[in-house]
Ligand binder design. Structure first.
Ligand code: RTP
Ligand code: MG
Length: 138
C-alpha cells in the first residue's frame, strides 16, 4: 500500500472545491487516512517548497500557499503517488488532460487548486512535515 500527501490549496478551499476533490479521491477508491484544515506558516511553506527556492515564482508561491487555510490529507492505495498526479493533471492547467482536477477547476499555474507529492521521497517527507504518526490511521 502506497501513501501520498495531497493538499487542497488556498484557492481550492476559498472556492469551495474541497468536497469535490474529496469526492474524486474517494470515488477513485483511495482511502483518506489522515486529514486536517490548517493554516501553513511561512517556515512550513519554505520547508515544503525548499526545492523551488531561488526560482522566479518562489516568493509568490510561498505568499499564495500561506494566504488562507488549506486542507492537508494522506491518501492511501495502490500506486497512490502516480495515480493522484494523474487525477490532478499537469502543473499548468492549460496542459492538463480534460477531466483532471486542474483542467476542470483551474486557469493559472499560480493558483492550480491542488498539490500532490511527485515521488516516494517527497511523499514521505511531506507526510512527515504535515502529520504526526499518531494522526494517520493504520
Ligand atoms: P505542486 O508541487 O504544487 O503539487 O505542483 P507540481 O508538482 O505540479 O509543480 P512544481 O514544479 O512542484 O511547482 C510547484 C508549484 O509552483 C507553482 N509554479 N509556478 N509560474 C511558474 O512558472 C510556476 N511554476 C510552478 C505552481 O503553482 C506549482 O503547483
Ligand atoms: Mg511539486
Amino acid at each position: 500500500m502506497e501513501r501520498t500527501f495531497i493538499m487542497v490549496k488556498p484557492d481550492g478551499v476559498r472556492r469551495g472545491l474541497t468536497g469535490e476533490i474529496i469526492q474524486r479521491i474517494e470515488r477513485k477508491g483511495f482511502q483518506i487516512v489522515a486529514m486536517k484544515k490548517m493554516r501553513i506558516s511561512r517556515e512550513m511553506a519554505e520547508t515544503h517548497y525548499a526545492e523551488h527556492q531561488g526560482k522566479p515564482f518562489y516568493e509568490g508561491l510561498v505568499r499564495f500557499i500561506t494566504s488562507g487555510p488549506v486542507v492537508a490529507m494522506v491518501v492511501e492505495g495502490p500506486g497512490a503517488i502516480a495515480e493522484m498526479r494523474r487525477l490532478m493533471g499537469a502543473t499548468r492547467p492549460w496542459e492538463a488532460a480534460p477531466g483532471t482536477i486542474r483542467a476542470d477547476f483551474a486557469i493559472t499555474v499560480d493558483e492550480n487548486v491542488i498539490h500532490g507529492s511527485d515521488g516516494p521521497e517527497s511523499a514521505a517527507r511531506e507526510i512527515g512535515l504535515f502529520f504526526k504518526p499518531e494522526e494517520i490511521l493504520s
